[in-house]
Design a protein around this ligand. Structure first.
Ligand code: NAP
Length: 319
C-alpha cells in the first residue's frame, strides 16, 4: 500500500485498547506496521492486547521514543492523561493523533510546541473499523492537521487513515468542523434522534394496544433494513425498493414528524455545540461521576423495548 510509506519504519503507539484503540492497533499491525499499545498499569485490556499479537507497554513507556502516537482513550480522560503521561514523553517532531477533535477544539489540551498534531476520525464505530477491515474493506476517515512542525503531517494522517480504512476514502476537514458536525450528528440524528424516534414509535403502538413484538419489528428491527438501503444506494433507490404505499406515507408523514419546530430545535442544538455550552455540560457530568448518565442507563436497560428486543433478537439471530 503506497500511502503507508509515511508510517513505514516509524514506531507507532496507540494509547487505549477500547472501541477505536483495538481497531487502529490491529489493522495497522496486520499491515506489518510496528505498533505498541499503551495502557495504564493493571489495565483489564493488557492480556487481551498481548494475546492479539501487539506489543503492550505502560502509556509513558509506549509514548517515549514513539514517532506517531494516537490517543484513543475516552475524550474526557485525555486532558489529564496528556498532562500526566504523554506530554513529557513526546519527543521533538513526534506526530500526535486524535480520532475526534473535541479536546483540541475546546482547548482542553494545548499541545506543546515542537510536535505535529493531526486527526484521523473514522466514520464508524470502532468494532466496525475492525470488522470491515477483516472482510477486506474499510471505512472512510476524516483527516485534519492542527500543528505541522515537520511539513508532512497531512501525509502521516493520510497514511494512518488509509491504513486503518484500507484506502476507502479520505475527506480533509478541520478540528472545528469535525468536532461540531460530529457532536451535532450524533445528538440530533444518529444516536439521540434515531433512538427517540424508534422509542416514540414503539410506545405509540404499544399504548394503542398492539402486540409489543410486532411494534418492535415495525419501529426498531426494520430500521436497519431501510438504513442499509440508504447507506448502499441512497434515498431514491431505497424509495424505489419499498412499496408505493410506504413511499406515499414517507412523503406525507415525514414532515409531520420532523416539523419546522424540530428544525428550529436542531439549530439551537448546533448553537450550543458551537458556543461550547454542550462541551461544558458534558465535562461537568464527567466531573459529577456520570450521575445523570448512570440514571439514564439504568432506566433504559430496564425498559420494555429492551426486554422485547432481547427476545426478538434471540429469535432472529438464533444459530
Ligand atoms: N467509539 C467510537 O466508535 C468512536 C468513533 C469515532 C471516534 N472516536 C474517538 O476515539 C477516541 C476513543 O474513543 P473510544 O470510544 O474508542 O474509547 P473507549 O473504548 O472508551 O476507550 C477505552 C480504552 O481507554 C482506556 N482508558 C480509559 N480511561 C483511561 C484513563 N483514564 N487513562 C488511561 N487509559 C484509559 C481503557 O483502558 P482499560 O482497558 O485499562 O480500561 C481502554 O483501553 C475518542 O476520542 C472518541 O471520540 C470513537
Amino acid at each position: 500500500m503506497k500511502e503507508l510509506k509515511f508510517l513505514e519504519g516509524k514506531k507507532l503507539t496507540v494509547v487505549g485498547y477500547g472501541s477505536q484503540g483495538h481497531a487502529h492497533a490491529l489493522n495497522l499491525h496486520d499491515l506489518g506496521m510496528d505498533v505498541t499499545v499503551g495502557l495504564r498499569k493493571g489495565s483489564k485490556s493488557w492480556e487481551k492486547a498481548e494475546n492479539s499479537g501487539v506489543k503492550v507497554a505502560t502509556i509513558g513507556e509506549a509514548v517515549k521514543g514513539a514517532d506517531v502516537i494516537m490517543i484513543l482513550a475516552p475524550d474526557e480522560s485525555q486532558p489529564e492523561l496528556y498532562k500526566s503521561e504523554i506530554e513529557e514523553n513526546l519527543k521533538e517532531g513526534a506526530y500526535l493523533g486524535f480520532a475526534h477533535g473535541f479536546n483540541i477544539h475546546y482547548e482542553r489540551i494545548i499541545p506543546k510546541k515542537g510536535i505535529n498534531v493531526f486527526m484521523v476520525a473514522p466514520k464508524g464505530p470502532g468494532h466496525m473499523v475492525r470488522e470491515i477491515f477483516e472482510k477486506g474493506h474499510g471505512v472512510p476517515c476524516l483527516t485534519a492537521v492542527y500543528q505541522d512542525q515537520s511539513g508532512d503531517t497531512q501525509k502521516v494522517a493520510n497514511a494512518w487513515a488509509n491504513g486503518i480504512g484500507r484506502n476507502v476514502g479520505i475527506i480533509k476537514t478541520t478540528f472545528k468542523e469535525e468536532t461540531e458536525t460530529d457532536l451535532f450528528g450524533e445528538q440530533a440524528v444518529l444516536c439521540g434522534g434515531v433512538t427517540e424516534l424508534m422509542q416514540a414509535g414503539f410506545d405509540t403502538l404499544v399504548e394503542a394496544g398492539y402486540n409489543p413484538e410486532v411494534a418492535y419489528f415495525e419501529c426498531v428491527h426494520e430500521m436497519k433494513l431501510i438504513i442499509d438501503m440508504v447507506y448502499e444506494k441512497g434515498f431514491a433507490k431505497m424509495r424505489d425498493s419499498i412499496s408505493n404505499t410506504a413511499e406515499y406515507g414517507d412523503y406525507v408523514t415525514g414532515k409531520k414528524i420532523i416539523t419546522e419546530k424540530t428544525r428550529e430545535v436542531m439549530k439551537d442544538i448546533l448553537g450550543d455545540i458551537q458556543n461550547g455550552q454542550f462541551a461544558n455540560k458534558f465535562i461537568a457530568e464527567t466531573e459529577n461521576g456520570y450521575k445523570f448518565m448512570n440514571e439514564e442507563r439504568a432506566k433504559y436497560s430496564d425498559s420494555k423495548i429492551e426486554a422485547v428486543g432481547s427476545k426478538m433478537r434471540a429469535m432472529v439471530f438464533k444459530k
